[in-house]
Design a protein around this ligand. Structure first.
Ligand code: EPU
Length: 419
């Protein structure tokens, strides 16, 4: 039988939890490795399945990968690109795999990839990526079920994105760092993970300005060199633990976070009546010792409330008094978790692009599924707040995104077993 989590809920989470390196930022950093023939060391890499899948893709195109015993330090070296066609069965496992398109286009001027895999959370088009590649002089063509990109010469250009796509911004940045001349991306994604990817490229010798803002300017250079680079903390993982603390009326402190990356969450938690304090060393403590109040949330691009925290936030709001609303404005299918929360007794319905939650609900244990990474986070948060035992199936999704989830929750006083 596939592995499951068993959670005995109904007890407040209390204590400190150290945040891992950011899943998404680490995935971008691993892809960036392809842009240089020199060795790269990445530190603070989260120990999650998606990173290993991404490393497999790199191995298939010529990268030597060596993971240190701590699992968080990884050495990469790609003296030569040995293939510009990464295996389809690996690419279709995760969304971030599509970044090898931009990286291979930059380094080898050619790449061929099928549409990437990833969570079924909406239509997730790729048009922004292709608009960017074409603006740099590349041709993009369909070859069977794959996309083929090629450029005899890459030349910088001005690119306007219809939508500030996160992976689209990183992909175009990857191709532009080794192009001739200056590329300007207008309506770029300002997410901290994109900013970090740009900072890593700068550490490799790239010339980039404006990362972390909607306009990024990249001046191409002939080659990039090696670097030793540390991944930023995972704001989504930090947010998930803070929300689990909140849903259980607990007292959780995350350490090694970057508090301003979580402003949109902590502002909402304060509205809910949670006492949130931050310290200069990257700690955020959330004490939920009063009746939680309902609130309204809009999931939008950064610095607005993160769509990836929408499902665990909705789970926490089942414990807040009154009617809450979460309006999803990034994805058109983010609400797979709603039915699962209903199985635990939540009063939650979908109305158009919004989810409406009436609380507080006395949740009770049941059997539920982790249908994608963040839908999984929602059922974990709800199970921790529910009386009795919850069985969580399909936990492979949680392993993709949350490092050592069981150990971290146990340290906070949760009763959770993997069977
Ligand atoms: N979009 C377009 N055109 C495009 C690309 C995207 O219209 O060419 C639209 C999509 O339809 C969607 C929205 O843009 O509605 C968001 O897509 P985006 O491209 O920004 O997302 P992504 O880059 O595919 C990354 C993260 C997601 C996270 C989003 C938004 C990775 C591997 N994935 O996806 O993370 O939700 O940004 O912040 O970095 C997760 O970690 O669980 C996860 C799904």
């Amino acid at each position: 039988m596939p592995e499951r989590f068993l959670i005995q809920g109904g007890r407040p989470l209390r204590g400190d939890v150290t945040v891992s390196g950011s899943k998404n930022a680490a995935l971008y950093a691993v892809a960036a490795v392809l842009l240089t023939a020199d060795p790269i060391t990445l530190r603070n890499v989260p120990r999650i399945a998606d990173i290993h899948e991404m490393a497999e893709i790199l191995r298939a195109v010529g990268t030597h990968v060596e993971v240190e015993a701590d699992g968080e330090t990884i050495h990469f070296h790609t003296p030569e690109i040995t293939s510009v066609v990464p295996p389809a069965e690996l690419v279709t496992k995760l969304r971030a795999s599509f970044l090898v398109m931009g990286a291979l286009l930059g380094r080898a001027r050619e790449a061929e990839c099928p549409p990437p895999g990833g969570d079924v959370i909406g239509s997730r088009p790729l048009d922004v990526h292709f608009v960017g590649f074409r603006a740099l002089g590349a041709t993009v063509q369909r070859r069977g079920s794959s996309f083929h990109v090629q450029a005899a010469r890459l030349r910088g250009g001005r690119v306007f994105f219809d939508y500030p796509s996160v992976l689209g911004t990183v992909n175009v940045m990857f191709a532009a760092v080794l192009a001739e001349g200056v590329t300007t991306i207008v309506n770029a994604a300002p997410e901290p993970e994109v900013e970090m990817a740009a900072d890593m490229l700068v550490a490799m010798g790239a010339r980039i300005r404006g990362q972390g803002t909607p306009t990024i300017e990249i001046e191409g250079v002939p080659t990039l060199h090696g670097a030793d680079f540390s991944i930023i903390p995972d704001r989504l993982e930090a947010g998930t633990y803070l929300l689990a603390g909140c849903a259980t009326h607990g007292d959780v402190r995350v350490t090694n976070a970057i508090p301003h990356h979580l402003d949109s969450l902590t502002a909402k938690m304060r509205e809910m009546g949670v006492t949130v304090t931050e310290d200069a060393s990257g700690g955020i403590r959330a004490v939920a010792d009063r009746v939680l109040q309902a609130t309204q949330v809009q999931a939008v691009p950064y610095p607005g409330f993160a769509t990836d925290l929408h499902p665990p936030m909705a789970a926490a709001l089942t414990q807040a008094a009154g009617v809450s609303l979460v309006h999803e404005r990034v994805y058109d299918n983010r609400t797979l978790y709603v039915n699962e929360l209903r199985k635990l007794g939540a009063r939650i319905i979908i109305g158009g692009d919004s989810v409406i939650i009436e609380g507080p609900s006395a949740l009770s244990g049941s059997t539920v599924r982790a249908l994608d990474i963040r839908a999984g986070a929602a059922v974990v948060v709800a199970a921790l707040a529910a009386e009795g035992e919850t069985v969580i199936q399909d936990i492979g999704h949680l392993d993709r995104g949350y490092a050592d989830l069981q150990a971290r929750l146990t340290a906070l006083g949760a009763e959770i077993r993997r069977v």
